[in-house]
Design a binder for this molecule. Sequence first.
Ligand code: ZN
Length: 316
Amino acid sequence: MLTQIKGLHHVTAMARDAALNNDFFTRALGLRRVKQTVNFDEPSVYHLYYGDAAGSPGTIMTHFPFPRIARGRPGTGEVGTTAFAVPKGTLGFWQDRLVAEGVGNLEASESFGERRLSFRAPEGDALALVEVADDARAPWTGNGVGAGEAIRGFHSAALRLRDGGGSEELLGFMGYEAEAESHGVRRFVRPGGNGADRIDIEVLPAVERGALGAGSVHHLAFAVEDRAAQLAVRQALLDTGYQVTPVIDRDYFWAIYFRTPGGVLFEIATNEPGFDRDEDSAHLGEALRLPRQHEHLRSALERTLQPLEDRMETTR
Ligand code: ZN
């Protein structure tokens, strides 16, 4: 069993409208945009990162806004709900705030003894806020969200699968322990993790595979401390029979990817070097940062990428 994985690193989803995406995750949810870059494999498309002050592993929601993609169709073989942790007693605050934003499908519930508010982001992302006592992670604040209410980082991600067996075995191999079951959902927890250390599995044998599109999660990334830990995890996965990519430099972390038995794309990402690698931590996410191999495209990209702050100006 692996010991190097400490919880989630980031969750990456698809989007269509970059300005709407930016507005919702920064202003409505109160996260900090910690990086504004492009998809390294498709540089005509943004890669936007939202998280806590530093973009700490376990807090980072990221999006690829492809201007012409269709809405995703929810199903199996993908991440269902991405949940963020908020302090106890704050779901009333969040419910009022999200209603005022016109957010749809708000639903309060209780599972695993925790209060949860589920909702859909404007482009369909299935999100939830879950009340957690004593989450020690320091939040980013602003836009009318104070330290008493602010999101602490991820609480969990839920996999929707036709068959959970292989994925449960994989999570066990990755250092997760089966914790409990609630309303047909099985929870796995990484003891001693980074706070974003719960994975839920919902088995839906009769539900068709989801279709990737705006509002769908593209992949889940798990955190390891450094490149040595990543190489050890990579070798262990290869030895177990997984097909794992070579190590890829994503500028702010190093990444390897592999497909899980349930069809979900997993990544293992390093905590090093972090988002202050190429800009001052006081100004993270303000300017378009390009990887060295795409710097020659800068003037074209600055002309063609959708301005992010448009929508905020028109709604003021
Ligand atoms: Zn990733």
